[in-house]
Design a protein around this ligand. Structure first.
Ligand code: 0RA
Length: 634
């Protein structure tokens, strides 16, 4: 890209301290040394490339996962500077890679991605890499330097001439630091797609040399495309998402929104590309403006008699993505996922009021339909409230006795207790025998009956399986939901590793997402990870090993080299109670996945596609995935 903008001088880089601190306490810098921290290494480097893009110097970023788990991040930004740093007397590249430094000082980037877990610097990645190699093209030349565990192992070398610019970082995570060094395609995929939505105009490419998978992310429509993607295969209003964008007081703000025919509300907010899971001032400014603007419009056009719509009525069925760029973001809360800058609230409120008012005035047909939707939501809420008071629904949810199929646990302390949702009666039997009945409860569910689940609430409550589930969990659903009434703080979905199992998991996640969303927000929902394989040596001591993925099996066989008998589990029913306990239920030895809102949302989207009103997307999906589905069911 254009070199004439390079205003950076080496003395801009502030030096703080060496990297021993990072290797001593990696968690302090990257959050954890588990899967999350591992992937953070990639995202840290990508964030640096995104910073180049935000500063206007980069529009292409490529991530390659190599065999053996090294990874390359390449961009076409200005390239890390290579001139000699005046204080240190070393090339700036070496300084950037070997010293912790203060962010926000380089090259006059307007919106640096910093705060939260991000923004710790490429040097942190270097420190936690077994080895790293950095190649830079800058000012007509190509350079290279290599490192090991954060220390340079070569001088900065001049490799030759170059007619473009960019940075290419390749590293292998240090197995001495990380418990797990296998990069997961899906995690990287998710983040790169998100970054492509948040930065319209940038092309991100993901390549996985282990599997040959490759994906290009490029969304000219930015967050409008994001909203379309979230609402895929749903009935939407308006046809094109409403898009709002403006800059005020150095703060850039954009919002895209659209309604769907459902009763959930989905607002995703971002600040400097960080997903602010706990919201913050950008979200509250947006909500305030949305409520006021819709009420003002309805009043002005005599669509509302007296009173006002509540924010909840107005947000029913809403999908919105909020994206702000703030020069000095403050992230609050334990997980640093809440935007704190108070000036942002006013900016969002102003920008959204102004532009949404214009939109409504200029699109009277859409505006009327939106208000009508809100009126329906408001009436439904009112009717539901009255019905609740009059009928036995509340009684049913609160006082009905526990379902007969539930094998409850002895403890009544929800912080300790777990509920296993198990597919089918036979696996249910093994789980009941294998569990620790002190704190583990088991509820067997029958897949076929669950299949009758329909979006309508009354139908839903008529379903016996669903009723058993609701009473066992104890929280009630939707407006009646009360987290404090949860009878278990871990609700664990345990299904077979086949198509039916995947189907039931999708159904359950969709149900939780639509009717008990706070349960997911609270982190109470888990997916059990039963082993896929049991291997026993053919000769010698018959020591049994359980393996949980194809990758694990492969590396186990590669390392051990001996002859093994391999059994692939087709279902939970093939394990006896002791095996099920040891491999999947025993807290001391099991692994579980905690379900995130994104996981549940993805399940809900899959469910809409498969079960929704629209036939065409379902046919397409089944045709597209027929092969994978067959492969799954071995
Ligand atoms: C320090 C200063 C400048 C850019 C960078 C570092 C930089 C780091 C990375 C990491 C991956 N890709 C990157 N691209 C750039 C500013 C350079 C200037 O002002 O010319």
């Amino acid at each position: 890209m254009d070199k004439s903008y390079s205003e950076y001088r080496a003395e801009d880089i502030q030096i703080l301290e060496g990297l021993e601190a990072v290797r001593k306490r990696p968690g302090m810098y990257i959050g954890s040394t588990g899967t999350r921290g591992l992937h953070h290494l990639i995202f840290e480097v990508v964030d640096n490339s995104i910073d180049e893009a935000l500063a206007g110097f980069c529009d292409y970023i490529e991530v390659t996962i190599h065999r053996g788990n090294a990874v390359t991040i390449a961009d076409n930004g200005r390239g890390i500077p290579v001139d000699i740093h005046p204080q240190v007397g070393r090339p700036a590249l070496e300084v950037v890679l070997t010293r912790l430094h203060a962010g926000g000082k380089f090259g006059g980037t307007l919106y640096k991605i910093s705060g939260g877990l991000h923004g710790v610097g490429v040097s942190v990645v270097n420190a936690l890499a077994e080895w790293m190699e950095v190649e830079v093209k800058r000012e007509g030349y190509r350079y290279r330097q290599a490192f090991r565990r954060g220390e340079p192992v070569s001088e900065l070398e001049l490799l030759g001439e170059a007619d473009d610019t960019g940075t290419r970082v390749t590293f292998k995570p240090d197995p001495k630091i990380f418990e797990e060094v296998e990069f997961q395609y899906d995690i990287v995929h998710k983040r790169l797609r998100e970054l492509a939505f948040l930065n319209a105009g940038i092309t991100l490419v993901l390549r996985d040399e282990r599997s040959g998978k490759e994906k290009v992310f490029q969304h000219a429509g930015g967050i409008r495309d994001y909203v379309r993607h979230l609402n895929l295969h749903k009935e939407v209003l308006p046809e094109d998402p409403i898009y709002i964008q403006d800059s005020k007081q150095g703060i850039f703000a954009e919002v895209a929104l659209q309604y769907v025919n459902a009763d959930r509300e989905l607002i995703l907010s971002y600040a400097n590309t960080i997903h602010t899971v706990d919201g913050g001032t950008h979200e509250s400014g947006f909500k305030a403006a949305l409520t006021r603007t819709i009420n003002d419009y309805a009043r002005k056009h005599n669509l509302i008699k007296n009173g006002a719509f509540t924010g909840e009525d107005i947000r029913e069925g809403l999908t919105a993505v909020i994206n702000v760029k703030v020069p000095e973001p403050q992230f609050e809360g334990q997980t640093k996922t809440k935007l704190g800058n108070s000036e942002v609230r006013g900016v969002l409120d102003w920008v959204v009021s102004q532009m949404l008012t214009s939109y409504l005035e200029e699109h009277p047909a859409e505006a009327r339909r939106i208000v009508q939707r809100v009126i329906l939501a408001s009436r439904a809420r009112e009717a539901a409230r009255r019905a609740r008071e009059l009928t036995k629904r509340k009684n049913f949810l609160e006082h009905s006795t526990l379902p007969g199929k539930l094998a409850d646990c002895a403890s009544r302390d929800p912080r300790r207790t777990e509920l296993y949702l198990v597919e089918g009666d036979s696996a249910g039997g093994s789980a009941k025998q294998g569990r620790d009945r002190e704190f583990q409860a088991v509820l067997p569910l029958r897949g076929k009956i669950l299949n009758a689940e329909k979006a309508r609430r009354d139908k839903l409550l008529g379903n016996e399986e669903i009723r058993a589930l609701i009473t066992a969990i104890g929280t009630g659903i939707m407006e009646d939901f009360e987290l404090s009434k949860a009878r278990y703080h871990r609700i664990i979905i345990m299904t077979d590793a086949d198509v039916d199992g995947a189907h039931i998991r999708t159904l359950l996640l969709t149900f939780f997402y639509r009717y008990m969303k706070p349960l997911i927000d609270a982190g109470y929902v888990y997916i059990a990870q039963p082993p896929l394989y049991k291997v026993t040596p053919k000769k010698g001591k018959k020591e049994v090993t359980y393996l949980y993925s194809d990758e694990q099996l492969e590396s186990f066989l590669r390392e051990m080299g001996r002859d093994f008998h391999i059994q692939r589990y087709k279902g939970l029913g093939e394990m006896n109670p002791e095996q099920l306990w040891e491999t999947t239920m025993n807290p001391a030895s099991r692994t579980m996945l905690r379900v995130t809102l994104e996981d549940a949302l993805a399940a809900e989207q899959l469910f809409s596609t498969l079960m929704g009103e629209q036939v065409e997307p379902r046919r397409e999906f089944i045709q597209c995935h027929a092969r994978e589905v067959r492969n799954l069911d071995i």
